[in-house]
Structure formats: C-alpha cells, structure tokens
Ligand binder design. Structure first.
Ligand code: FEO
Length: 406
C-alpha cells in the first residue's frame, strides 16, 4: 500500500497507523483511533519508536518507507524503542525484527518477559533494557528514558528525544480519536480536551497518584521544562504540551467543577422521575448537571463526566432484589477506576424505585462505598414516586449541591 509519513521535526517523522473503523476497544466506545509510531533519523542510526495493532503493519511499513525516501537514506532500521507492550503498540515488532534482522530492541526490564510471551519465537532474541536516566545516542540525536511503571502498565516507559525536546509518552497524554490532522492546533480545543478527558477518566484515573509523582520525577530529571512537544501513541501530537500537562495535573489531583453527574436507568419511569426531581434541586443551587440514561448511553462517556464532578447520583430500579443490569455494569467499572486515587472521595446519592423488598439501592451504595465514594444519601420509594416523595428528591438534590459549595 501507499501511505505518507508526516515530518514533525527535522529528522523526526510520524509513521503510525490510522484506524478509522474501530468502535469498541476493550469496552471503551470510540470513533476510531490512531496507533502512533515515530521514526527518528540520527546521523549514525535510525530508530523506530513503538509499533502498531494487528492488521496495521502494512500501513506502518508504507509510511516508514516514505520517510526513508524523504530523508534519502538506506532503508534500514537500526533500533526499536518499545515503550509499552500492549497489543496496540507491540504487535508489528515481530515483523520489524524479521525485516531488519540486525535491529536492536530497547525496552523497560518489565517489558521483556511480556514480549517473549507474546512472540515465543523471539525467546533467544536479545532485548536491551533501560532504566530511568539511561540514554541512547543515534548520532546528533539521543534519547533519555524514564520508566513509567503503571502509567498505565507495569512495563510502560517514556522516551525523551533530547535535542528536539520531544517526549514520546506512549499511552499517557493520548486520545482515542482518528482525524486527518496530526497536531493539537489543527483541531478544536473543546474536542481535544473532551477526548483527552475521556482517555484519562477511562485509562489513567487509577494511576493518578503515580502520575503526580512521575511528573515530579520528570521535572527533577530536568526534562519537564525542556519538553517542546508531546508525541503520544494515540491521537493528536501536542505542540503546546503545557495544555495537556496542566489538565493531567488537575484531573489527577481531583480538581472538579460545581457539577454533579446523574447516571440512572428506569423500568417504568419511576426512578427516572426521581432523577428529574433531584436534578431540579441541584439546579436550584446553580450547579451544572450532566445526565446519563444508561439504556441508550454508555459507561465510558459517563465516567468522563464523573471525573470532574464533585458528586454523582446513581438511580436504579430494583429487579429481583438487585440493581438493573445496566447499573451493575457501571458500578463494577467504578471499582476498576478508583476515582478516590485522585485524592478526593466524591459524594454519592443512590436512589430508585422498588416493587416490594428493594435491594438495588443498598447494593449499589455498598459498591460505591468500596470504590471510595462517600455516601451522602440513600433513598428508595415503593412503585411510583408521589408528590411528597418527589419533593424529597428535590430536597436531596438541593442539599447535596449545598454540601459541595466551597
Ligand atoms: Fe494504547 Fe496500553 O495501550
């Protein structure tokens, strides 16, 4: 196939793959993504940073070939820097090694067993390991490596291209988005921050405390001030890195708006009526509200708004003593994401209607408590919420918002 590379700095090219069609990535709803890889031409050596998802190696190789032609250099990759070994960034490594048998592969120590497990025929292939502060010279260009354990996998690392000030951050600072443009300044800031927030909420939240420490560590290495560009492995390249670094610092430390996110489902519209009454109570205190009615809406968008909300309100009817299945899905997802790792325990109201004995509200409440939410109120009603009960819903919403005012 024919596919062009894109020059992002002198001797540095984007050679990644565009996945226009992907709509679901391990439960994360998306409208396409990119698997970004970069080719760096040193005076002595050429390095490829990261690889692509199954099915995309021909696109990668076509862009690599194009970059070599533009640079008028012999078609030979000397080094692969493998920042992360999840399948969307490592799968084409095997083909690269087969095509360039003398290539040297550099990764974190923790990546080695994973690579050998994924590609058993590489059992005897030597992978060179690097640690934080190690460097690698390409001739006129050089990397400094920073291990980024649990950002977001044990093997993750960042690679910093010293002379050009480019941080290859792999998943961190990425976005699941697929556009014809490659840079931040070419797209609307609102769109870019929304997809970045969604990426953070769904993938980075559990590592919030580690992220804050890592930014300090990068700062102490003297790298943070030198970053002119952040080139992540998904989505747009940041030419104004301060925008996303500051946003990450805020999200990782629990910065929220005066905002409450409602997530609910309903069986015969009773729980829905309770939600709407509570929303009015929240509005009466001037708070922003975001709602997710989980029948048509889905979890990865909902948690994006939970990230910068001071509280959530979860509503579910009781079905056979349990929460509605749609709510069951998201409460387990809250267990995964651990929003309390951002340093704050968001408040939660749990509500719903029941036919006889109930059970959904208590079970959801227990789960949210386990996930680090502070339960502000539990409220369930029998069958249909009547006028007095809807009034109480309004009051719950109002008191919740009042309790969240600074
Ligand atoms: Fe984009 Fe952890 O993979």
């Amino acid at each position: 196939m024919i596919a062009n590379s894109i020059k992002i700095a002198d001797g540095v090219y984007w050679v990644g793959a565009l996945d226009w069609d992907i709509r679901d990535y391990h439960g994360y709803k998306l409208d396409g993504t990119t698997y970004n890889c970069y080719l760096i031409f040193g005076n002595n050596k050429v390095a490829l940073v990261d690889n692509v998802y199954p099915g995309f190696s021909s696109q990668l190789l076509a862009r690599i070939k194009d970059a070599f032609e533009k640079e008028n250099r012999d078609f030979k990759i000397d080094i692969v820097v493998q920042n992360h070994i999840e399948m969307d960034h490592v799968h084409s490594l095997y083909e690269i090694i087969k095509k360039f048998p003398d290539v040297e592969v550099y990764s974190s120590t923790r990546a080695v067993s994973g690579i050998k497990n994924l590609f058993p025929s590489l059992e005897d292939f030597e992978i060179k390991t690097v640690k934080t502060g190690d460097s690698l010279d390409l001739g006129g260009k050089s990397f400094t490596f920073v291990e980024a354990t649990m950002l977001h996998w044990p093997d993750s690392m960042f690679s910093f291209l010293n002379e050009d000030g480019i941080l290859f951050s792999n998943d961190a600072f990425g976005q699941h988005i697929c556009l014809s443009e490659r840079f931040d300044h070419e797209v609307s800031n609102d769109l870019l921050m929304r997809v970045s927030k969604k990426f953070f909420a769904n993938l980075v939240t559990p590592s919030s405390q580690l992220l804050v420490k890592k930014l300090d560590e990068v700062n102490n290495l003297g790298v943070l001030d030198k970053i002119k560009m952040i080139a992540p492995s998904h989505g747009q390249i940041w030419t104004k890195p301060g925008d996303i670094v500051n946003a990450y610092k805020g999200w990782a430390t629990g910065e929220c708006k005066d905002k409450i996110t409602f997530i609910y489902d309903t069986m015969h519209h009773s729980t829905q009526k309770m939600a709407h009454a509570m929303i009015e109570g929240v509005f009466s205190e001037g708070f922003e509200v975001k709602t997710f009615y989980l029948h048509p809406d889905e979890r990865s968008e909902a948690v994006t708004d939970v990230l910068d909300s001071k509280a959530i309100c979860l509503g579910s009817p009781t079905m056979m003593n349990n929460p509605f299945p749609s709510l069951g899905d998201i409460i387990f997802y809250f267990n995964c994401l651990s929003f309390n790792k951002t340093g704050i325990n968001k408040k939660a109201v749990v509500f719903g209607s029941k036919g006889w004995g109930g059970g959904a509200v208590k079970k959801i409440s227990n789960h949210l408590h386990e996930s680090g939410f502070e339960i502000f109120e539990e409220y369930d009603v029998l069958n249909i919420p009547h006028e007095e009960e809807l009034k109480k819903c309004f009051e719950i919403g109002k008191k919740l918002a009042q309790s969240l005012k600074d």
